[in-house]
Ligand binder design. Structure first.
Ligand SMILES: Nc1ncnc2c1ncn2[C@@H]1O[C@H](COP(=O)(O)OP(=O)(O)OP(=O)(O)O)[C@@H](O)[C@H]1O
Ligand SMILES: [Mg+2]
Length: 239
């Protein structure tokens, strides 16, 4: 469903290049829920933004449902993103002067879908994420966890093949974090949407089917990741 091949990315600062991702390759199958785990600065957001087509990599290829998004023109990619890709942000990114329902419907407005169909779909999704009673309120009238539910509903309304989430629970307390992760798991199971979730928390990652770990821009094996974890816990490994 998603294939990343030999992906590398560098940023240019002045005349100095910093390599942020190096030779990353992996596959994600349709309907999987994957965590992208790594400490701050390891390159998680960069990798997610590349996979979501928000920027172009220095090297390598990215295929979504067999379409190479690296080689697409900007226009074609914008259209592809609207149809096939959903995104959930840490800071929700809702539009304050639109109601909850209007925020959820927004991606469909750009697709000229009839208002009555938009309304039906958005209300059904708000029901799915557990806030059917908040449809006519404004984002500022909702708690952080509720706002993230709105943003999840919005990401699903176009029925994308894959949803990318960058630290979706980063601004929430542990209890609300658990609720949001449960919602994502439930949606993953019922709607068969593929989810790729960035987190730096092992407890969040542990709830997904598969974990991809980054360390300083490199993909690490499960064994190396386990060693990282032991060392982080203060246990020394003698070889
Ligand atoms: N636009 C940019 N220009 C230059 N360097 C950048 C840019 N964006 C990110 N970087 C650098 O790339 C590295 C990886 O950043 P990235 O945001 O992908 O990390 P992250 O794993 O998401 O971290 P965090 O957990 O703190 O969000 C960092 O060293 C960062 O300084
Ligand atoms: Mg990040």
């Amino acid at each position: 469903m998603l294939r990343v091949e030999e992906l590398s990315h560098s940023f240019l600062n002045g005349n100095e290049t910093t390599a942020v991702l190096q030779q990353i390759s992996f596959n994600v199958h349709k309907g999987e829920m994957i965590a992208l785990l790594g400490s701050s600065g390891s390159g998680k957001s960069t990798l997610l933004n590349l996979m979501a087509g928000l920027m172009k990599p220095t090297e390598g290829q990215i295929y979504i449902s067999d379409h190479n998004i690296v080689e697409m023109s900007e226009n074609r990619l914008a259209e592809f993103r609207r149809k096939h890709i959903g995104f959930i942000f840490q800071a929700y990114e809702l539009i304050s002067h639109l109601t909850v329902r209007e925020n959820v419907e927004l991606p469909l407005v750009f697709q000229s879908i009839h208002p009555s169909i938009r309304k039906k779909k958005s209300l059904a999704l708000l029901e799915q994420v557990g806030i059917p009673d908040k449809a006519e309120l404004f984002p500022s009238q909702l708690s952080g966890g509720q706002q993230q539910r709105v943003s999840i509903a919005r990401s699903l309304i176009t029925e994308p093949s894959v949803i990318f989430a960058d630290e979706p629970t980063g601004n929430l307390d542990t209890k609300t974090e658990d609720e949001i992760i449960s919602i994502l798991k439930h949606l993953n199971q019922t709607m068969k949407t593929t989810f790729i979730i960035v987190t730096h928390e092992r407890e969040v990652a542990a709830q997904t089917e598969k974990i991809i770990t980054l360390r300083d821009g490199f993909l690490v094996t499960e064994q190396e990741a386990a060693q990282d974890q032991l060392q982080a816990g203060g246990i020394l490994i003698e070889n």
